[in-house]
Design a binder for this molecule. Sequence first.
Ligand code: PBG
Length: 340
Amino acid sequence: MRIVNAESISYRRDTAMGFPTHRARRLRRTATLRRLVAETRPTVDGLMLPLFVVPGTGVANPIASMPGVAQLSVDRLVEECREASDLGIPAVILFGIPEHKDAYGSAAWSDGGVVPRAIRAIKEAVPDLLVATDVCLCEYTDHGHCGVIEKGEVQNDPTLALLVKEALAHARAGADLVAPSDMMDGRVGAIRAGLDAEGFVDVPIMAYAAKYASAFYGPFRDAAQSTPQFGDRRGYQMDPANAREALREVALDVEEGADIVMVKPALAYLDVIAKVRAAVDVPVAAYAVSGEYAMIKAAAAAGMLDEERAMLESHTAIVRAGAGIVLTYFAKALARRLGR
Ligand code: PBG
């Protein structure tokens, strides 16, 4: 039996058969080459850090299901914002947990509420940091749903007026951007009209346009104490089976005046991010939600994967899919890693 040596094989391939002319591995050999040819280059510029604000002073309540994330009182929140800004993070998005919850979520539109207070304090201490706010009632209602309940169901149209009041309270306090996350029909148009009528024509709206009814919001609901007390959100958030419907939601929101559209969650909906990016020309954001964060944190803590690499890989994938803005609880860690 003839023994073929390796040298003769490579000789035959290179000359007689002309193979391999294309060696895809050539550009992968060193870190420098890989850096030079990378197609996706995430930067700190597109990062938005979600923050949970609670009443009181000196409060930092760790959230068990989100290691490294805490509910913060305004004073501690300002420190966190300063740190984020020093790391080069351009924006934060605020979620409020009020003193009192009621059936209508009235704390949501109080000018003295926890979010307006936080906005004023941040704008004073860190004026260049962009302050966005989540506009939704679920953190403020005692039933945990994102709107007014009648006959056991969330009522769309009566909810709109309350969302407008909430967005206005945020704008009056100095919010740079409002982000409705409730998934009521027509809320972008209603909020735009409400803002314009009070002179806030320059406050942009980032619509949670394609927001899915997702199991990945679990840890957030601990953080925001907003778990629905009955039923679930499938009657207003989108069905994970649908991507074409996301394009319709996005088109409606853009038509109603959304300046930025968001897809949420991110990792399980990369196809939706890519489709939305191809369909519209407004900036596209994606929300890497609490469960995506918790998944990586828990697996890393159990020694099952490398946290830093898993974080970077997932984030790169979200940017590669087409998100120019990424809301992520990893924002500070990413900023440290990506540099300015
Ligand atoms: C409020 C809201 C939710 C999230 C953002 N805004 C929760 C929900 O819809 O139940 C989830 C964010 C996260 O999981 O990180 N409606």
